[in-house]
Design a protein around this ligand. Structure first.
Ligand code: NAD
Length: 429
């Protein structure tokens, strides 16, 4: 008989159940009542399958030997190989990487991608390293985690402070160790190295696609709708442009330099040009400056947090006057704010669904690398839209069926898929 929670002895993992990992465990507890007989397997979701801690020693440019701590966590591989990014940040911890890996399991299953969930990281401030030091650290880290990654085992990708160049070094190091070129070991590579067209825009495009689906459900037209966006980088900038091109009015944009507002709608092409010249939205002549905190209270149809985690909190959620919040960022809404928004009848399209366009095109990259046959950008965008729309439909249907929020519904859909796979695979031996 499978152990229930009460039969599980306190473990190292339980002692670590704080912060992001603790939040994740609470999320699993919240969906367990909806899992029916699959609840028997729910402990599977509450511990990572495998967590590797590696020492990453490198010689610095001045001759010193420095040691960095690296991690790779495979939370679940029931539905396919692990998949998730690598983060370089001085505050990365094992328990944070465990939570991020678990959320990748949920995101990949919610989108019905044939992947489990994984994540990696190194405790380092990469801005303190020279380019050759960054390369040596990346290569040694890749070599150390090489025992568990691979095109059919676990496929890393970029995350905070990692990029296409770092993916290229990872791919090269893994390939050198294997003795053959293995493009499919990482995604988010440059197009010259088997990367996919459409990857750069994919997350913002996915945000826009699910926003359109949610609008249709809510009886809202995109044309003429007001949109407020926090974060004007890869995700927020792309989403804002697509809203604008579809006839919506992006009335306010905030980034790390400030907030610009124009009730009649900002000219997004002009704003993008201004940001590429000036480094931020501040000083844009086509709108008025607004105190940052006032962004949250603007009357709008769509609010798109696409910058940082923890932006919508119990301190500002009751001021929100949006019809639909679409989470471009990871974790922008705290659990308390989530409850406040739900009480106000505001629809929240959760991060695990809304920002999954990036991992979906990463999946396309991996498939293209395997077949060595590459698709046009138009094909990529069409397939992306279809997958995002299907994912939204199954989450929205589950939300209606159980009378729960889209976030809880996304977890129900994802956890059900993962545990169904676990159940039919059975336990080995
Ligand atoms: P980015 O670095 O391209 O852009 C970040 C934006 O946020 C910039 O405009 C920056 O000015 C703004 N910002 C930073 N600090 C801010 C602050 N204090 N207040 C307001 N704005 C601030 O990053 P990105 O790739 O667009 O990622 C944004 C979010 O989306 C992150 O949470 C990321 O984890 C998430 N995400 C990104 C992808 C992807 O494919 N890029 C995929 C999934 C999730």
């Amino acid at each position: 008989m499978a152990a229930s929670s009460s039969h599980v002895l306190p473990s190292y993992l339980d002692a670590q159940a704080l912060g992001p990992w603790g939040i994740y465990l609470q999320q699993v507890d919240r969906v367990t009542p909806y899992l029916g007989s699959l609840a028997r397997w729910v402990e599977t979701l509450k511990r990572p399958k495998r967590a590797l801690i590696v020492d990453v020693p490198i010689e610095m440019d001045d001759g010193r030997i420095a040691h960095f701590e690296g991690y790779r966590v495979q939370h679940n591989t029931s539905r396919g190989p692990g998949k998730g990014g690598v983060r370089y940040h001085q505050d990365v911890t094992l328990s944070e990487v465990m939570a991020l890996a678990a959320w990748m399991s949920v995101k990949n299953a919610a989108l019905n991608l044939p992947y489990g969930g994984a994540k990696g990281g190194i405790r380092v401030d990469p801005r303190q390293l020279s380019q050759p030091e960054l390369e040596r650290m990346t290569r040694r880290y890749t070599s150390e985690i090489g025992v568990i990654i691979g095109p059919s085992k676990d496929i890393p990708a970029p995350d905070v402070n990692t990029n296409a160049q770092i993916m290229s070094w990872m791919m090269d190091t893994y390939s050198m160790n294997e003795g053959s070129t293995a493009t499919g070991v990482v995604t988010g590579k440059p197009v010259a190295l088997g990367g996919s067209l459409g990857r750069t825009e994919a997350t913002g495009r996915g945000v826009f696609v699910v926003a359109c689906e949610a609008a249709r459900d809510a009886g809202l037209a995109i044309e003429g709708a007001r949109v407020v966006v926090q974060g004007f980088g890869n995700v927020g900038g792309t989403a804002a442009r697509l809203f604008h091109d579809a006839g919506a009015k992006v009335i306010a944009v905030q980034d790390h330099t400030g907030t610009v507002h124009r009730e009649g709608g900002l000219d997004i092409s002009d704003l993008l040009a201004h940001v590429s010249r000036q480094g931020g939205v501040a000083g844009f002549a086509g709108g008025q400056a607004l105190p940052n905190e006032e962004l949250w209270g603007l009357q709008t149809e769509f609010l798109v947090p696409a910058a940082l985690e923890g932006q919508l909190t119990s301190a500002n959620a009751d001021r929100v006057r949006a019809r639909i919040v679409v989470e471009g960022a990871n974790g922008p809404t705290t659990p308390e704010a989530d409850d406040i928004l739900a009480d106000k009848g505001i629809i929240v399209v959760p991060d695990v669904l809304a920002n999954a366009g990036g991992v979906t095109v990463s999946y396309f990259e991996w498939v293209q690398d395997f077949s060595s046959f590459f698709w046009s950008e138009e094909e990529i965008n069409q397939r992306l839209e279809r997958i995002m729309r299907e994912a939204y439909a199954s989450v929205s249907q589950t939300a209606k069926q159980h009378g729960v929020t889209l976030r809880t519904a996304a977890f129900i859909v994802a956890c059900t898929r993962i545990l169904q796979a676990r159940q039919v695979r059975g336990l080995y031996p």
